[in-house]
Design a protein around this ligand. Sequence first.
Ligand code: ZN
Length: 137
Amino acid sequence: MKKIEHIGIAVKNIENANAIYKSLLGYDYYKTEEVASEGVKTSFFTCGESKIELLEATKEDSPIAKFIEKRGEGIHHIAFAVDDIYSEINRLKKEGFIVLNETPKKGADNKLVVFLHPKSTSGVLVELCQEINNNEK
Ligand code: ZN
């Protein structure tokens, strides 16, 4: 694992949350993106080497909608940057972690992503992400 790439925060209303995080950080998000396959709208703020990802559900059966229904707004996941997502999946499976999607999928911000079940990570949803461009280097 290279660094904490971002922290994902589930929010009810991304416009409100964007304004809150703009005041908190002192600058605006650098991009917004909708990931239709996941049913989310996202916005990204940099903070040094890491980012904050705000997530709002765009449909009722989105994982973010379910999360907020159960637990309210708050930290949804921690994402770690990796160089080789496929070898990390194999390594973590051998270590006994529960990988939620064994085939990496395309997430927001030009990343391949997989998630580890919170049951196997002390209650925290963990995301691994790899820049898609890294594959071509
Ligand atoms: Zn994320």
